[in-house]
Write a protein of this length. Sequence first.
Length: 102
Amino acid sequence: MAAQTVTVEDFQKEVLESDIPVLVDFWAEWCGPCKMLSPTIAEIADEADGFKVVAVNADEAMPLMRKYKIFSIPTLIVFKGGEVYKQSVGVISKEEVLDLLK
């Protein structure tokens, strides 16, 4: 199962107002490294316990890209209590992604 898709319109509700941590994957269809990271994100989404995993299509979310100063993708951001907790840019291992949630 893939991460839940989140748009600019529902980002506030699904991410910022979430009562559990949220791992957000900013990606794009044309992005090779995003495609490399995608299976890892899907695996983590399937195993998520105590957090949720969502995906934001960067091409369709320019206001979010600007707000969070995302200049390269894939970018992973963990939000806790509506605030940026940790962030990573580029392809990383499953263990490194899970470390972001700690």
